[in-house]
Design a protein around this ligand. Structure first.
Ligand SMILES: [Zn+2]
Length: 442
């Protein structure tokens, strides 16, 4: 399996992902997507939207604003509890997440538990800790020209609440049969104390979430169904091998207090197992909180049975950057080249996610007749498939290495035989084998 450094390096070298504000030396916990990264990320997000929203009849899309009425976060509990334990080294003033400094600690770690472990500061090696305090991870801002408590607002820490605040609008406008879902993709912000592990834990991320509203009596079967569909999505749409995904049933003591079941999808990342996504049964926790805070009823009346209730919710929630990294890590291979004492780096991305489907080249760029024919093939394929790139730099071997590294499934080369019989060489990324066919057959 690939190590994280080689993936980070490939991402920068080939224009997938750059450190944020790179020209100023970066900015902790921020990463910018370059041209190929944008294409990969967009393919992943579009595939998700198509799979969960467009192809189905029961899931509705919304796109809520990032800055929401701050009462949202009072109701959801984020103002009170969306916090990590922060500890400061009194010797060097380094700040850390207390629960990440030693094994076996969790977010509710106490000063007494921490002291007992005699943890040394990772920066200066001293053992001189201040008290643990809870640090709220929401990014605070002010709305309008006045900067006081009455104008305080937050960048949303999750997309889920943008869905919950629109639940009543969707019911009023569409009156969907239950079960039904509402989906949203968009940015979410978390002021992580110590961002790390490349795009796995950045301060600004893109989420894809669905709140699936069900009859409280049916939650278990609906949960199983969503679990199956999620596996199908990860395996068949994202091309991830299921052997690298472990369904972790989260223990009652580690679950949110209202949840009766949560499954974390743990992925075998290059730097260890980490959460890829979660599937959580949230009961009526959020809708009840909104009822309480807004004074408006969140009840749903079943058209067929007349039964009236506040729906329960099952939430598949995924971070796009985590998914991008899983797809990259799973696709990244270093392989020996047949007959040569060299290796090649290849991204074996699924075809539906690869930034380019085809690369078109003339065998030699100083032969106008080859270039002209190659341009013709390039235009034809680009009109048909859009995601087609042109490469006439260096020699053919170099072009193949480059296209392997960016995951282009097929390289098309126009040579002198093309001028004779109209066939082109098609070279396969994964097997490196070549065939000759007419470009119209592609
Ligand atoms: Zn220190």
């Amino acid at each position: 399996m690939a190590n994280l450094d080689s993936i980070v390096s490939l991402c920068k070298r080939r224009g997938f992902i750059f450190p944020g504000s790179d020209v100023y030396g970066g900015f902790a916990g921020t990463w910018d997507f370059g041209p190929l990264g944008v294409m990969l990320k967009k393919n992943i997000m579009d595939t998700w939207w198509n799979y969960w929203v467009e192809k189905r009849d029961d899931i509705y899309g919304v796109d809520a604003d990032i800055i929401m009425n701050p009462r949202t976060w009072l109701a959801s509990g984020h103002t009170e509890t969306f916090a990590d334990p922060l500890i400061e080294c009194k010797a060097c003033h380094g700040r850390f997440r207390a629960d990440k400094l030693a094994k076996g600690l969790n977010e509710s770690v106490t000063d007494a538990e921490f002291v007992r472990l005699h943890v040394k500061c990772p920066t200066c090696g001293q053992e001189a800790w201040g008290p643990i305090r809870m640090f709220n991870m929401m990014f605070k801002t002010h709305v309008g020209p006045v900067t006081d408590d009455s104008s305080a607002a937050y960048l949303r820490p999750e997309t889920a609440q943008g869905i919950f605040v629109n639940y009543k609008n969707i019911v009023d406008a569409f009156y969907p049969d239950i079960p039904f879902g509402i989906a949203q993709q968009g940015k979410a912000f978390r002021n992580e104390i110590s961002p790390r592990d490349f795009i796995l834990r950045d301060r600004e991320c893109t989420q894809m979430e669905i709140e699936y509203f069900v009859d409280p009596e049916a939650w278990e079967t609906e949960f199983e169904q969503l679990l199956k569909e999620t596996d199908d999505f990860l395996e068949n749409e994202m091309g991830l091998s299921l052997e690298k995904i472990n369904h972790l049933e989260v223990d009652a003591k580690d679950r949110a207090h209202y949840s009766k079941r949560t499954v974390d999808f743990m992925f075998d990342y290059p730097n260890g197992e980490e959460e890829l996504m979660g599937l959580a049964y949230r009961t009526d926790f959020d809708l009840k909180n909104i009822e309480h805070e807004s004074g408006k009823s969140m009840e749903y009346r079943d058209k067929n049975t007349g039964k009236t209730f506040v729906p329960h919710v099952i939430e598949p929630s995924i971070g796009v950057e985590r998914l991008v990294l899983a797809v990259l890590a799973d696709a990244y291979k270093e392989e020996p080249i047949d007959g040569k004492d060299e290796t090649r780096t290849v991204l074996k991305l699924p075809e539906n996610l690869a930034p380019y489907k085809f690369c078109v080249s003339p065998l030699l760029k100083n032969k106008p007749e080859l270039v002209e024919k190659a341009q013709e093939v390039y235009r034809m394929l680009k009109d048909k498939y859009t995601f087609v790139t042109w490469d006439d730099s260096g020699n053919i071997g170099k072009r193949y290495r480059k296209q392997d590294e960016i995951g282009t499934p097929k390289c098309i080369v126009i040579d002198f035989d093309t001028l004779e019989d109209g066939t082109v060489t098609v070279r396969d990324r994964d097997t490196a084998t070549q065939i000759r066919i007419k470009p119209e057959e592609l």
